[in-house]
Design a protein around this ligand. Structure first.
Ligand code: PLP
Length: 417
């Protein structure tokens, strides 16, 4: 089988026999719910196995499988008890879900600058801490680990929790530790544009049993982990339903078992592409906080000027990162306009908060400047929304890598003239 997709992340390009076998295993058993009787041979325990293998892979004790990365973020915030009146520091360059999940927990997102790594700037984080700050959401944007040493130092100094948004960085690491195992708790996504995919889905990972118990409860109506024991009378908090089903679990499991292969292939292809671009001037590669640990899903070029970035981007059929409607705070009209689903702009008028927060376009000048000069080339994530419709994929041959490098070289050279 294997139909080559025309967009998506590396996992989407590797859907094959393994996913098919896992899915058939579930379908032929006729049992699709994540819980079942231990002794029932038709209960294939895909979600349960995924949670075990994922936790082991990340290097933490616990994982909860959920139905999306957004749900995973909601669970991390709930686990930490973040709610009305609490401020969470979050970068202005991230997928909108990082910010909207904070708002939906009735907390206040405080937007921070990104630095040359295009991840949250620790200096700005420190500047924006107030007595209401509860957590830092460190988004490993574009598969690049945040400067976790600086972030963890700040968190310890100010007694803040750290949530790692690893949606774009499953499998990445920072100084030898997997992303998602460094802060208090991590959130992951399995949507089509991510490292591995089940169409949709998400994971929560943590080493802390109390956070696990609360994340689990929030994702399943307040139940104790794995609904063990007598539940009625034992439920700790009010929860919702963000459960993953066995079909999703089956595909996610097959994909997780490919992740080492994916990481190795992307890193090798990125190295080849980068090597073919050496000697070119007019741009720099964006700073990677851990060269060995990044996911290598994208190659980001930062040009000297906005004009050059726009001219180059136009040549390869894309736009600089500043234009992304889903990843740049300037283009998130519902966030800037505080348009929540209620008639009044709660949580911004929450009495527990007691002060006024304002958002406006161009409030993060350093972020705006960097994004206006940055252009993404795909190494393994072909995503128009992320500004990376052009580039290579995890299945590209050396010849295709050479052609893409040649196209880049040709257009960069003409910019100078
Ligand atoms: C994709 C993404 C999410 C949300 O994941 P979904 O599975 O789409 O809900 C959250 N944060 C970041 C940084 C993302 O890229």
């Amino acid at each position: 089988m294997v139909v080559k997709p025309s967009f998506g992340g590396p996992g989407a390009y590797l859907i094959g026999e393994e996913e098919k076998q896992e899915i058939l295993d579930v379908l032929e058993s006729g049992y699709l719910f994540r819980y079942g009787a231990e002794d029932d041979p038709n209960f294939k325990k895909k979600v349960y196995t995924l949670e075990k293998e994922f936790a082991q892979f990340i290097g933490v004790k616990y994982a909860v499988a959920v139905n999306s990365g957004t749900s995973a973020l909601l669970c991390t915030l709930a686990a930490l008890g973040i709610g009305p009146g609490d401020e969470v520091l979050v970068p202005g360059y991230t997928f909108i879900a990082s910010i909207s999940s904070i708002i939906m927990m009735r907390a206040i997102p405080v937007l921070c600058e990104v630095d040359e790594s295009l991840t949250i700037d620790p200096k700005d984080v420190e500047r924006k801490i107030t007595d209401k700050t509860k957590a830092i959401m460190a988004v490993h944007m574009l598969g690049n680990p945040c400067d976790m040493e600086a972030i963890m130092d700040i968190a310890r100094k100010h007694n803040l929790a750290v949530i790692e948004d690893c949606a774009q960085a499953t499998g990445g690491s920072y100084r030898g530790k997997r992303l998602g195992s460094i802060g208090n708790i991590g959130a992951f996504s399995l949507n089509i544009f991510k490292m591995i995919t089940a169409g949709d889905g998400g994971m929560v990972a943590t080493d802390d049993y109390d956070l696990y118990e609360r994340a689990f409860a929030f994702h399943d109506q307040g139940h104790k982990p794995l609904r063990m024991g007598v539940e009625v009378g034992q439920r700790s908090i009010v929860g919702l339903d963000f459960r993953m089903n066995e079909l999703t679990g089956a595909v996610a499991l097959a994909q997780l078992r490919k992740i080492d292969r994916i990481l190795a292939a992307l890193r090798e292809k990125k190295r080849k592409l980068k090597n073919l671009l050496t000697g070119l001037s007019g741009f720099t590669f964006h700073r990677i906080n851990d060269e060995d640990g990044e996911c290598a899903t994208l190659l980001t070029l930062i040009f000297e000027s906005k004009e050059k970035a726009e001219a180059f981007a136009a040549k390869i059929g894309t736009k600089p990162l500043a234009y992304s409607g889903w990843h740049v705070y300037n283009n998130m009209e519902q966030i800037l306009g505080k348009k929540t689903y209620t008639a009044y702009p709660c949580p911004y008028e929450c009495p527990a908060y007691g002060k006024k927060i304002e958002y406006h376009a161009h409030m993060l000048p350093q972020t705006d400047d960097l994004l206006s000069r940055s252009v993404n080339i795909s190494v393994g994530v072909v995503d128009k929304g992320l500004g990376s419709p052009f580039g290579i994929t995890i299945t590209s041959s050396d010849e295709e890598i050479g052609q893409v490098a040649e196209t880049i070289r040709k257009h960069v050279v003409t910019l100078r003239g």
